[in-house]
Design a protein around this ligand. Sequence first.
Ligand code: FES
Length: 258
Amino acid sequence: MAEDFEPKIVGFLCNWCSYAGADLCGVSRYQYPTNIRVVRVMCSTRISPHMVLRILREGADGVILGGCHIGDCHYISGNYYTERRFEMMEKMIELAGLEPERIRLEWVSASEGERFSKVVSDFVSQIKKLGPSPVRNKPEVAKKLEGAENASKSFRMKALVSKEYNLLTKENVYEEMLDPERLRNLIEQAANDEYERSLILTLTQDKSLSVKDLSKIIDVPTDRVLEHIVALRQKNLIAMEHPDGFTPTYHAIIIGGE
Ligand code: FES
């Protein structure tokens, strides 16, 4: 790791607590590293997973999300949803081969100026230990992050993650509570499927690839790649070609493309 590495960090802070905490930190003259660039959002729940994944893909070394303490969100339950989404972001980042420690979620209230400076200092030193983002010199990581970004935008992931909090805290129409473990497993499985399918589409956008090629790049067995191809073909998202006469290859169908 370069001794003089200065990480680029993006911080999303909710208007009512964390941003006000950052403000108090400045007014109170607590020091913190200047590596963070702050984006103010009205509530932490406005930070969509795909935004964070995109920022990492563009080369940020870390992203920190700040919100009100649990129970204090000015929109009542926004930060409960943020917690669920954050778990999905960590999962997607890990699938893409990046350290999940490159993102952090912290609750900082408007009166915790000193805590804000400690949180930022600690996160910056954590990122310094991890070193520069591999995205800068490994294009394959950027491709995988693109796959993760697209997966997090899929209807299935959005629906599951946004409903998770309600599904775990309220009874369904049959007056039953869902088993949290079962729901987590379901979301985990959906995240894996969506990630792998999105990555197949991302990789086959510029070049036709065979099941064997895809299995090697994504690092999943060929039968699983084939299952995804079948699902993608049913949705008319991927097309088959026979360049060698024997081995079929696949390319993504770009809607509105040539
Ligand atoms: S307003 Fe701060 S987390 Fe919702």
